[in-house]
Design a protein around this ligand. Structure first.
Ligand code: MRU
Length: 366
């Protein structure tokens, strides 16, 4: 997508430096900064500190991390070390393990002399595939939006609520939940997006920045406003992303997604999840019982962070001194609350049968 008229992906390979460049998302929407990753420690820190974030982007970044590890030392021991080190960065998004496993499988079977080139080629492949997956999700989601628009008076916008940032910044390009929005807007279908701020990390600000840069009308709302808006008939559709979806269609996504799904169910608002296939964990059935939920630092809830007058990060305490902060970063929405899954192969029901019918190859291989 474009930043001030210049096309960008959220990461890109810099041939002249022989290194990966990322957008350091901690500074957005206030400042657009990029960073070169030169060591495996840089890669791990970029994921842990959420300079890069979003399930597909974490996966693609890790693939380039494996490529760097191979360039430094292509031995079996180095391959295993890099897998472990990168895998330990964040626990919830399955794309991380998916990408690391794919790299390890492909590289372990090659002679050491071939690994450097093969690893980089594979990382490029994973990044490019993500772009195509998201483009296809957009095409299928566009039809959903078009259908809703057809039932409304001419010119009235389709009102979509989204949570967190499942936009191009969270993927390599286009985003998952946002891809249908971009395509609908580009097709001339009027839309308006309610953007949840998504405390404590405020990923909604990234979504608002993305949508604003693309000229899409939107309103930034506090996390607790969604239920109220749905009760008053102000939301036609909810689309969120996912960090891990189980084989029966339970959806793990940013904390607060579950509450949006409950409110949507109570108000008859369709609740869709944009799901790239690498985000499906075919080994898990019951998401509530089985998916590890990342617990982040308490300081993210007890304090708010912005950019200070000196241009650096500034932090202000909002909780009383002495109050402990709790910070589960994700929750699980049971499949019964999910109207449908928008995948690169089409839209399916959030059921084992619905998912297996679209992805018979993957369901059987698991
Ligand atoms: O903690 P984050 O910012 O990495 O969480 C991101 C999300 O929860 C996204 O909704 C999810 O990864 C889907 S991104 C296409």
């Amino acid at each position: 997508m474009k930043v001030n008229g210049t096309p960008y992906r959220s990461l890109w390979w810099d041939e002249s430096a022989g290194a990966l460049q990322i957008i350091d998302q901690r500074w957005l929407p206030h400042d657009f900064r990029t960073q070169q990753l030169d060591t495996i420690e840089d890669y791990a820190a970029a994921i842990v500190e959420m300079r890069v974030r979003g399930a597909p982007l974490i996966g693609a970044t890790a693939a380039y991390g494996m490529a760097l590890a191979m360039a430094r030392d292509p031995s079996d021991a180095s391959l295993e070390r890099a897998w472990d080190y990168l895998h330990d960065t964040r626990p919830t998004a399955i794309n991380l393990r998916w990408a690391l496993d794919r790299c390890r499988r492909a590289l372990a079977s090659r002679p050491e002399g071939d690994r450097v080139e093969a690893a980089l080629r594979l990382a490029h492949e994973i990044a490019d595939e993500d772009v195509e997956i998201n483009r296809a999700i957009g095409t299928h989601g566009l039809e959903l939006i078009r259908e809703i628009a057809a039932g409304k008076p001419e010119g009235e916008p389709v009102r979509i609520l989204t949570h967190c940032n499942a936009g191009w910044l969270a993927t390599v390009d286009f985003g998952t939940a946002t891809s249908p929005m971009y395509q609908a807007h580009d097709a001339g279908i009027p839309i308006h997006v309610w953007v949840d701020e998504t405390r404590p990390r405020n990923q909604g600000a990234l979504t608002a920045w993305e949508l604003g840069s693309h000229g899409i009308p939107h309103t930034y709302i506090v996390d607790n406003a969604g239920g109220h808006l749905m009760q008053h008939g102000m939301v036609d559709l909810v689309i969120t992303g996912t960090d891990r979806t189980t084989r029966r269609g339970d959806v793990c996504n940013k904390i607060g997604t579950y509450l949006k799904a409950l409110a949507a169910k109570d108000n008859g608002v369709p609740f869709y999840v944009a799901l790239p296939s690498p985000t499906i964990d075919w080994t898990v059935d019951d998401g509530v019982a089985e998916i590890p939920i990342e617990e982040r630092a308490a300081v993210e809830t007890t304090h708010v962070q912005g950019i200070g007058e000196d241009g650096g990060f500034a932090t202000v305490r909002v909780a009383p001194e002495g109050s402990a902060g709790g910070n589960p970063a994700f929750d699980v929405t049971p499949s019964r609350l999910v109207t449908g899954l928008i995948t690169e192969r089409g839209i399916c029901k959030a059921t084992p049968e619905g998912m297996a019918a679209l992805f018979p190859d993957m369901a059987q291989a698991a």
